[in-house]
Design a protein around this ligand. Structure first.
Ligand SMILES: Cc1ncc(COP(=O)(O)O)c(C=O)c1O
Length: 378
């Protein structure tokens, strides 16, 4: 018999999260999550899921019936798109301009697909010209996959132009919108996006652990024509959809994360109340304020102005500043979390997030004040 460990309840401090995610969660969303758990096949819960689907369709700007939240984080949304769509031997053009494009390539290869990479430097957007050249060189490509908002660098790619190319060259587009959804313009139907995934913990300001996904008619047809079943039972959309639809008669697939779905419902409800276009505009306005402050401190952005994500601001660490010490001082003395550089930018850049509820004037002011004080003393 092991001795029972005796601990006190975990009491996290209230931090201000200005890193690459998770972002600050709306107080109303935290309150929604604390409501009583009910059965996941309870008719009231099913009614809530129907509303959640409509709210997700609004956030994605789509009428796709196959629009749901995967019961796992953004990485599972990514995997859902690849395992359902890509079959062995199929060619996928994968755009890499940071960490997450490379993860897409790994997903393609694990599905037995053939990845053809289009590489752009870290900090640059995906080049539509290079993508078009590659599509011309590979007329047998079935998919075009890219990251809309590359969280590792803060670069925004032109999803509208890239999806138009996918349509022109008869490819299915697979779009990573983990950091873009709710923070910058994104129009699934108008731009012809076929498969898209996001995350709850960025500009939706919900608790981490859920991944909204949506599939167009063309993507659904591709899934229905598969020669063999999806290798992942859990992520197989044909099974999951019987749970998310079914006109009141749901069949059990897995036990939904009931309270997390309450939280997502509330976060999306707040987004719908604010209005998508207003949320995009708010992110842009707060970014402009932050950029002004950062520039006045002499900090330089990694990404050129036209391609900067408002919700993820990467700046080079100035000479003489101690990366680890400064970030831990901000955390311990200001309760402020900023993000470290990732991959090629590790130790070279900070990533300052302005996501969802976090994109507020007082957060910008605190961040500039903290950086100004700490850079002056380094
Ligand atoms: C662009 C992008 N794609 C995918 C992911 C993976 O999401 P998660 O960490 O929720 O699994 C992230 C997470 O930061 C991301 O920023």
């Amino acid at each position: 018999m092991l001795t029972a460990p005796q601990f006190t309840s975990f009491n996290p401090p209230r931090r201000i999260l200005m890193g690459p995610g998770p972002s600050d969660v709306y107080p109303q969303v935290l309150a929604a999550q604390a409501k009583p758990t009910i059965g996941h096949l309870d008719p009231l819960f099913i009614g809530m899921m129907d509303e959640l689907k409509q709210l997700l369709q609004y956030a994605f700007q789509t009428t796709n019936p196959m629009t749901i939240a995967v019961s796992a984080p953004g990485s599972a949304g990514m995997e859902t798109c690849f395992v359902n769509l890509v079959e062995p031997g199929e060619k996928v053009i994968v755009c890499r301009n940071g960490v997450f494009g490379e993860r897409m390539r790994q997903n393609v290869e694990r599905c037995g697909g053939v990845a053809v990479c289009v590489d752009n430097a870290w900090g640059e957007p995906v080049s539509p010209e290079q993508v078009e050249d590659t599509l011309k060189q590979h007329p047998d490509a079935r998919f075009l996959a890219f990251v809309h908002a590359e969280t590792s660098t803060g670069a925004l790619s032109d999803a509208k132009a890239l999806c138009a190319l996918a349509t022109q060259y008869d490819c299915i587009s697979i779009v990573d919108a983990v950091t873009s959804l709710g923070g910058v313009e994104l129009r699934v139907d108008e731009w012809g996006i076929d498969a898209i995934y996001s995350g709850s913990q960025k500009c939706l300001s919900c608790v981490p652990g859920l991944s909204p996904v949506s599939f167009s008619e063309k993507a659904v047809a591709k899934i229905q024509q598969r020669k063999r079943p999806v290798q992942s039972w859990f992520l197989d959309q044909s099974l999951v959809m019987a749970y998310w639809s079914g006109q009141g008669k749901r069949s059990y697939h897995h036990t939904a994360p009931v309270n997390s779905l309450y939280a997502l419902h509330e976060a999306l409800r707040l987004l719908a109340t604010e209005g998508l276009e207003h949320a995009w505009q708010r992110h842009r306005a707060m970014h402009q304020l932050l950029a002004k402050g950062l520039t006045s401190l002499g900090l330089e952005f990694v990404v050129a102005e036209p391609y900067r994500l408002p919700q993820l601001n990467s700046v080079y660490i100035p000479a003489g500043a101690d990366d680890v010490r400064l970030r831990s001082t901000l955390l311990n003395e200001y309760n402020l979390e900023i993000g470290a550089g990732l991959g090629e930018l590790s130790g070279r850049a900070w990533r300052l997030g302005l996501m969802g509820y976090g994109a507020r004037r007082e957060n910008v002011a605190l961040c500039i004040q903290a950086l100004s004080e700490q850079l002056a003393s380094s």
